[in-house]
Design a protein around this ligand. Structure first.
Ligand code: 4UV
Length: 550
């Protein structure tokens, strides 16, 4: 049975799933509100080392962490903590400890270069960093360049007060006196970075209310029927990073709230992943399309490895019907035996706005689902600005309590992205059918998605423009069977200048993390197509780029 009833007028669509009660809880209080019911059950286990904390212990460590951040580290409410962490159990302790202390967290990909992390952490005034041994040199280097820096928290290491280093274990062991603040749900607690529709990555200000609303929306009993399932011993094996909004709110908090046992992997390798499948027998997998492709097609993955899986959620980039079919074939299971869910989201919307309901009609497998509760949509003609009817593609606009407060320190970008009526202009092209299922078909924004990771063309273009030989440059995404998309640079050289494609690729590789490298190659052109306003005509380049092999 599909839900079809929805209030539609000519201006916008409402969620067919009604409304949620937007609460006043902080994120940490909400996520752990049922913890007494499963205090002894495992909460987070590191799939690599076996290090594990149960729910009661996790909650206690969060409280102690909050006191330590306010006590010895002297971080005041509203100040920023930067995380440079892979997926490890202590991620939960640090991020919720910080939020419990009224701090604002920003997280970075640990594989970012020092430049990339410094740019983000100085932009939002990070005052302390938490990391593991492998990234201590980067953290210390970045920390030195930050104003009023208060210290580095070393997960798995010891104190070295002369260098401003605090071992997490000793912070948690000592009793710190601290008056923890009463945190208001309208306060910002997280600033993840997103390039949005254009330009460099920007800080996305998310409040407790934004993030809690989104958990309530995605766990709405009517839409998801999760009520009776909580705490029944489900196991989640997860790879998507907690330093991205999908990993943090869509996966980590989502499954902690349900009392699931979360198995983390600090690093993905096929062998380690399969070992974890066998050892932990997960009932639930939350993946990005490239990981789904691995499960569906990699010869090392056998149906026995997936025999416990009941639910699989795919999000953060487009997937195809045929990949979902291949996955079912690999499992040798029918659509009735495995729940295949898809979600569509954005950092700017905490992240989920569309999701396939529990009673999923599998004939709609190419759909990213319906509006989650308390969410409204418009599909707007790109040429006329009018609201479009079913089966007509236009820009997707969304509104709801999960939409960000705005971009940090960037009013112009905020105004361009969230209009005065509260509509988030997604920069994605979508249509909906008669039953109000949505289909994402294209992107008008510049963003490139490599294995679900955001790549800002502007960031790469700025680096290439630094070369004196270069007159103009544009970067676009080109399709890739494994990664979804990869960046390709179109370069115009100044007269009589020489530069090889290898020079350009090496330059980008020396400044940016691996997935931002120019795996789509370099194409030299006489001119970059630009419109009258000087804006790069990216679609034209895409058409050109798809035809020309580098
Ligand atoms: O800002 P961001 O990096 O955010 C995300 C968040 C994704 C999700 C998806 C499902 C969940 O359940 C969840 O918790 C989080 O990716 O990138 C936003 C852009 O990524 C593309 C689209 O262009 C967004 O504007 N995108 C995200 N999900 C999908 C997608 C999808 N299912 N299909 C196609 N494109």
């Amino acid at each position: 049975a599909t839900q079809t009833a929805t209030a539609v007028d000519s201006k916008f669509l409402n969620s067919p799933w009604g409304e949620i009660q937007v609460g006043k809880e902080t994120l940490t209080d909400f996520v752990f509100s049922d913890v007494e019911s499963w205090a002894d059950a495992p909460a987070v286990t590191c799939g690599a080392s076996g290090r594990s904390y149960d729910y009661g212990m996790t909650r206690m460590m969060i409280e102690r962490c909050a006191c330590a951040l306010a006590g010895p580290l002297k971080l005041a409410p509203g100040e920023r903590l930067g995380l440079i962490l892979p997926n490890i159990p202590e991620f939960v302790v640090l991020i919720h400890g910080a939020m419990r202390a009224g701090l604002v967290v920003t997280f970075a990909n640990p594989l970012y270069t020092a430049d990339e992390i410094r740019r983000q952490f100085s932009d939002c005034n990070v005052k302390a960093i938490a990391t593991i041994e492998m990234f201590m040199p980067v953290a210390q280097e970045v920390g030195k360049s930050l104003k009023d820096y208060k210290g580095t928290i070393w997960v798995g290491g010891d104190d070295d007060k002369t260098k401003g280093i605090y071992g997490l274990k000793s912070l948690l062991m000592a009793d710190h006196e601290a008056d923890l603040p009463k945190v208001d749900c309208d306060e910002v607690c997280l600033i993840p970075y997103s390039s949005g529709t254009t330009g460099m990555p920007k800080g996305v200000m998310l409040t407790h209310k934004n993030l809690v609303s989104n958990l309530k929306q995605t766990q709405c009993p009517k839409m998801m029927k999760y009520e009776g399932e909580k705490g029944k011993g489900d196991v989640l094996l997860t790879v998507p990073p907690f330093f991205h909004i999908y990993g943090f709110n869509g996966i980590l908090n989502y499954n902690l709230k349900l009392g699931y046992h979360i198995v983390t992997m600090p690093r993905f390798t096929p062998d380690d992943y399969i070992k974890c499948l066998v050892e932990y027998q997960p009932t639930t997998l939350f993946v990005v399309p490239s990981l789904l492709a691995f499960l569906a097609t990699h010869p090392l993955v056998k149906k026995e490895h997936l025999q416990w899986v009941e639910t699989i959620m795919v999000g953060a980039a487009p997937t195809t019907d045929s990949m979902l079919e291949k996955f079912l074939l690999k499992c040798e299971k029918t659509k009735d035996q495995i729940k295949l869910l898809q979600g569509y989201g954005m950092t700017e919307s905490s992240p989920v706005t569309l999701m396939t309901p529990y009673e999923y009609p599998y004939s709609k497998v190419g759909s990213v689902g319906q509006l989650v509760p308390s969410t409204q949509a418009r599909v707007v003609s790109i040429t006329t600005g009018e609201m479009l009817g079913p089966h007509k593609s236009g820009e997707l606009w969304l509104r709801g309590p999960q939409v960000m407060k705005g971009y940090w320190n960037n009013e112009a970008a905020t105004k361009e992205t969230v209009d005065s009526d509260g509509w988030l202009h997604t920069g994605d092209v979508a249509y909906y059918d008669e039953e109000f299922y949505f289909y994402i078909v294209d992107r008008t924004k510049e963003l490139i998605k490599v294995k679900g990771n955001q790549v800002s063309p502007t960031e790469i273009e700025n680096i290439i423009m630094e070369r004196p030989e270069v007159a103009d440059v544009a970067v676009v995404g080109v399709p890739d069977p494994l990664a979804g998309e990869v960046p390709r640079a179109f370069v115009v050289l100044k007269p009589k200048q020489k530069l090889t494609d290898k020079d350009v690729c090496d330059l980008v590789a020396s400044k940016l993390t691996r997935y931002k490298h120019l795996d789509g190659g370099v194409v030299f052109l006489d001119a970059i197509p630009r419109n009258a306003a000087g804006k790069i005509m990216r679609n034209e380049l895409k058409v050109l780029g798809y035809k020309k092999k580098p």
